[in-house]
Write a protein that binds this ligand. Structure first.
Ligand SMILES: Cc1cc2nc3c(=O)[nH]c(=O)nc-3n(C[C@H](O)[C@H](O)[C@H](O)COP(=O)(O)O)c2cc1C
Length: 394
């Protein structure tokens, strides 16, 4: 079947068989796998099912970027400029995708990124994702709120917790935050550095999207298809200011002194900041432009990866996210020096479309696609993925 015909059929199937909207109201108990999961052969195939299930404004929140969405396109297109140089006649009868990260063994180098507002896509979503990560063995970077899964032992074995600023306001709040995480068995702190302000996500502004709706899920539309008026919609035209100083490198230094947990800075895009991260005792960095949802025109993350790897000087691991949808994307990122990759929208498509089984299937598909691509490229394990496995077009 041609790809276009297949995509059209998938879109049609999603349109006719999915309940319209209100996905966040579904309970996670109804998690019997939907047979339509079998129609999904790759990450992209989940998107039309997710779109059909979600309220259009929730879909825009999931899929959109900021301002011109130039970085959003760059995140994908950047991968197309990298050419794989496959190696012939290597024994690839066994493929090993495992690695060690901060003393923890992981089965594969694909991590789940933090994503706020997940309840706009599915009820109790953070726990649903935690269980999906637990089932598949993925490392989960959580936004918090997974106590339920932790208590039941269903969360990921290795999980990191996100912070963006509030927890880092002063030594007291930092200490309380770090101690709480340590006592919960957390394996790392992911400090997002690129969201000191929320950008103009213009799809949300046009939709009068209210971020608070994602606490409980997008409200039901009335019989005329209208949403209740938003009280605090995302908007443009307000001069930026914050009531408290935003975190700085000093906050990183203080946090480093307070906890022994690995600290990973997410949102690093330049060599100088990678070097500074090493200087400040940071454990690792994630090359990220927040899924092109913050500052626009920063380029695709895969373009920034080589300079960040240079800045890290082999002293700390460099991870990357943004636009990773294919096993070949993972292969290219690792060849350019990433230790592992992280994904957000892919597992959110799976979540919105099919709940926990959708999250699991997305992870399984991407992981196995990566393993297959390793086999095809003549690299049986991660240490064989070296810089000479790729060249950059032009
Ligand atoms: C719906 C959504 C919500 C997100 N929320 C957060 C967040 O709360 N904190 C954060 O650091 N990054 C957040 N991100 C960014 C992701 O962690 C990640 O950097 C990015 O989306 C990766 O690109 P990808 O979606 O193309 O895989 C969010 C992304 C999405 C799509």
């Amino acid at each position: 079947m041609s790809l276009d015909r297949r995509t059209a059929l998938l879109k049609l199937a999603a349109l006719f068989s999915a309940p319209r909207y209100g996905a966040a109201q579904e309970t996670s108990k109804a998690e019997k796998p939907d047979p339509r999961i079998a129609d999904c052969a790759n990450v992209f195939d989940f998107a039309p099912f997710a779109k059909a299930k979600l309220d259009p404004i929730a879909w825009d929140y999931l899929e959109g970027g900021s301002e011109d969405e130039v970085s959003l396109k760059d995140n994908r297109e950047g991968f197309n400029r990298i050419i794989i140089r496959p190696r012939a006649l290597v024994d690839v009868h066994k493929i090993d995708t495992s690695l060690e990260l901060f003393g923890k063994r992981l089965d594969f180098p694909i991590l789940l990124d933090p994503a706020g507002g997940k309840n706009c896509f599915y009820a109790d979503a953070e726990n649903v994702v935690a269980r999906g990560a637990g089932k598949t063995g993925a490392l989960h970077i959580t936004n918090g709120g997974i106590q339920n899964s932790l208590e039941k032992g269903t969360a990921a074995k290795v999980w990191w917790n996100l912070t963006t600023g509030g927890d880092l306001r002063n030594a007291q709040t930092m200490r309380a935050f770090a101690k709480r995480l340590e006592s919960m068995g957390c394996s790392g702190i992911c400090f997002t550095t690129d969201i000191m302000y929320v950008s103009h996500r213009e799809r949300n502004i046009h939709n009068k999207f209210e971020r608070n709706w994602c606490e409980a899920g997008v409200p039901k539309r009335d019989r005329y298809g209208k949403l209740p008026a938003s009280k605090n919609p995302e908007s443009a035209g307000e001069f930026p200011s914050r009531p408290f100083p935003t975190p700085t490198w000093n906050s990183v230094r203080e946090l480093r002194q307070i906890t022994t947990l690995p600290i990973v800075l997410k949102g690093i895009l330049i060599e100088e900041d990678a070097s500074r991260a090493v200087e400040y005792g940071v454990s690792g960095v994630i090359v990220s432009n927040h899924g092109a949802r913050q500052l626009d025109h920063v380029g695709g993350t895969i373009e920034a990866l080589p300079e960040v790897v240079r800045g890290a000087q082999g002293k700390i691991p460099v991870l990357i996210d943004g636009g990773i949808r294919r096993g070949t994307d993972v292969l290219k990122a690792l060849a350019l020096g990433a230790k592992a990759v992280c994904i957000a929208r892919p597992y959110l498509y799976g979540l919105a479309a099919f709940g926990q089984p959708g999250v699991e299937r997305v992870i399984e598909l991407l992981k196995t696609e990566f393993a297959l691509d390793m086999g095809l490229a003549g690299v049986p394990d991660l240490k064989s993925i070296t810089r000479d496995l790729v060249r950059i077009r032009g």
